[in-house]
Design a protein around this ligand. Structure first.
Ligand code: AP5
Length: 215
């Protein structure tokens, strides 16, 4: 399957993508994770992306489309993929269509995870992430081990630099202006499937899976 997970910051895209990519046996491609890895390694891409990310702004389309084009051309994507956090603008969506046309492929569905804004701000202030394996935690609903280490790999847990309340509000504004129009864009193409993200992680997963069974 060739899928996109769409939704505001904190909607639970990464959380659901971890599980869906295992169940569906397709790679989870998160542009946010790719940029964070580039920042951590100090690569030229990371240096370019860091300022935008810290300010809650989007990395420019040409840079983002370039890394996604390269990633989708790899052989593990021939059986499908799950895009998380891409596309995020109409030009990115148009570029994705071109990339897929070049590969003689097309999308199967776009899942829009919908969560009210007040829930998002609360969720993101409690989010923690493993620096080694990327497992996503929440201090209340999905806590890491009592010693503060990752349950999966024992790695150190950290809070993302862009999860301060001020930056989260900026990211939400950027989402409304630049990404929300994609809901209509994919609705018109008949690809959009809506899922409520405002219930527990397991319920959201089951609803998403049910939706995908009908695609
Ligand atoms: P990115 O990493 O993609 O961030 P985002 O889209 O803002 O989304 P998040 O990762 O914040 O949230 P999520 O929906 O994955 O939620 P999660 O599952 O973690 O991008 C970061 C930055 O990179 C961008 O701001 C931009 O600068 C740049 N960038 C990335 N892609 C780009 C692009 N295409 N173009 C340009 N720039 C780009 O869950 C959040 C928390 O809630 C966790 O603690 C989790 O445990 C908890 N949780 C999840 N689901 C539930 C639930 N159902 N109930 C209770 N708690 C839950």
């Amino acid at each position: 399957m060739r899928l996109i997970l769409l939704g505001p910051p904190g909607a639970g895209k990464g959380t659901q993508a971890e599980r869906l990519s295992k169940e569906l046996r397709i790679p989870h491609i998160s542009t946010g994770d790719m940029f964070r890895e580039a920042v951590a390694s100090g690569s030229p891409l990371g240096l370019q992306a860091k300022g935008f990310m810290d300010a809650g702004q989007l990395v420019p389309d040409d840079v983002t489309v370039g890394i996604v084009r390269e990633r989708l051309s790899r052989s593990d994507c021939r059986k499908g993929f799950l895009l998380d956090g891409f596309p995020r603008t109409v030009p990115q969506a148009e570029a994705l269509e071109e990339i897929l046309a070049d590969l003689s492929e097309s999308l199967d569905a776009v899942i829009s995870i919908e969560v009210p804004e007040d829930v998002i701000v609360r969720r993101l202030s409690q989010r923690r992430v493993c620096g080694d394996c990327g497992t996503i935690y929440h201090l209340e609903t999905k806590p890491p081990a009592p010693n503060g280490k990752c349950n999966v790999c024992g790695g150190d847990i950290f809070q993302r630099a862009d999860d301060s309340e001020e930056t989260v509000r900026k990211r939400l504004e950027v989402y409304r202006l630049q990404t929300e129009p994609l809901i209509r864009y994919y609705e018109k193409k008949g690809l959009l499937r809506r899922v409520s993200g405002d219930s527990d992680i397991e319920t959201v997963f089951e609803e998403t899976f049910r939706v995908l069974e009908r695609v």
